[in-house]
Design a protein around this ligand. Sequence first.
Ligand code: ADP
Length: 577
Amino acid sequence: MDHLPKCKANYVPLTPLNFLNRAASAYANRNSIIYERTRFTWKQTHERCLRLASSLRSLNIVKNSVVSVLAPNIPAMYEMHFAVPMAGAVLNAINTRLNAKNIASILRHSEAKVFFVDCQFVSLASEAMRLLIGDSQESTFVAAESSIPLVIVIDDIDSPTGVRLGELEYEQLILKGNPMFVPDEILDEWDPITLNYTSGTTSEPKGVVYSHRGAYLSTLSLILGWEMGSEPIYLWSLPMFHCNGWTFTWGIAARGGTNVCLRNTTAYDMYRNISLHKVTHMCCAPIIFNILLEAKPHERQKIVSTVQTLTGGAPPPASLLEKMEHLGFHVTHAYGLTEATGPALVCEWQSEWNQLPRHEQAKIKARQGISILTLADADVKNMNTMRSVPRDGKTMGEIVLRGSSIMKGYFKDEKATSKAFDNGWFKTGDVGVIHPDGYMEIKDRSKDVIISGGENISSVEVENVLYRHPKVLEAAVVAMPHKRWGESPCAFIVAKNNGSDEDVREVDIIAHCRKNLSHFMVPKKVEFLPELPRNPTGKVLKGKLRAIANNFVVSKVTTGEISYDDQPPQILALSRL
Ligand code: ADP
């Protein structure tokens, strides 16, 4: 059979761009985008993307040029996911919650040629450009003109503001563009399609490069893993700048769905859009659950038909999952990271679990799960021996992944790229266990594991218990120096209603933990904060909390203190990976 030909008809590079061509033909008159009063069909979206791609070409955008964008989940942001690679370029969607300095660093590092800026972010972008231009003028190497991107404002298509930065505006590019533009064929599926910077929770942000092949396969496997049927009405509650909306930017075209775009993820706007457009699917980080659950009565609308909700990005406490299900959201839990094109594990549901009580189901759902289809393998390994840990749900190791959804590598950073890959595996830096049924569960980020008297304490496990306390809104647990045990857990709590209506005290929290945790895991100190420090993607900045906790050296027995006899003597400690 070896002599059979591999030709242009049967060996076609994989690219998610084909999803749009297909949608324009198969779902031509179906709604592709709804944004307030603005509506587009798939035929129109396709045409707008062709026009934009041709305009980008006329602005000297060539193969592998980087096009950056700073915008919320508006139609233009969606269109760019197709139009920029149609012009042969690489899309760099920047996190809108970053400050000007971070944005300037990304523009500099990515060498962006064009920088699209939504009208809401004009002053932030101006500040970033000021820093970028200042830097390049100060540089001893005289800055080439081309190191400064051309800035183009995207005005709000639904309610124009008239705000401009420079002469060009996004809609002009669409208007002037050629609807008959023929994009170059993708000849190599390994060509880059997007460049996404990590959120930098534990180290400096790095530029992660995705290929057309990786994006195509990840999109398909997430559609399958989440069992997304055809014609979904998809609410953009997850930022598109986060791993390209976990690939659903391309996935909604593949399913002929409708993108419900959203400028702000306020409770009011989310409930309003869900109800108005009969949303069937949405993705979000667990922090959005708090926004929906804590909504004021006037912000809420009844959820009449179940909203399939994919969550991940941070550990969702079981209690939060249970509350969301009560509200009408059917939650699927996934785990992933920028380097894995978003979700890499999904807690695939088994029908036999339907018989379990609700709170048991929520506990199972809080596990991160099994590999998505594009991964060749996922495992938990002892990084010293590179051996798989036993499937006992107890022994911790580092989660490692291999397969087609893993990034090409870090842009302009060979050292970090080779450090991330080891022995044919991508190392996630997350510590987890495998249960006997093969489902994985994250216990911590390797940098966040608390090592107390030789024991590893998972901060996630302690946080899960804290979230079950009725007066706790948010919780984060970090290591605090302890004279006897080396480290011990310190809890930071945001109380419900900021603790204003009812007092919640440290002793109550410690008593609650002693009831629900092995005693060596009980926080030795509880500190109340008005809010937790978070990075621009909403992840808790544990480094900041550790800096505070470093001042709380505990040496004496306090309310929550324990004797060494409370701990099993077995020493399991992983050194910090
Ligand atoms: P950063 O590493 O800078 O935060 P990412 O946005 O790529 O950038 O975040 C990926 C990290 O988020 C993972 O390595 C993991 O620690 C955490 N994470 C993602 N999903 C989950 C989840 N479902 N449960 C627990 N942690 C998660």
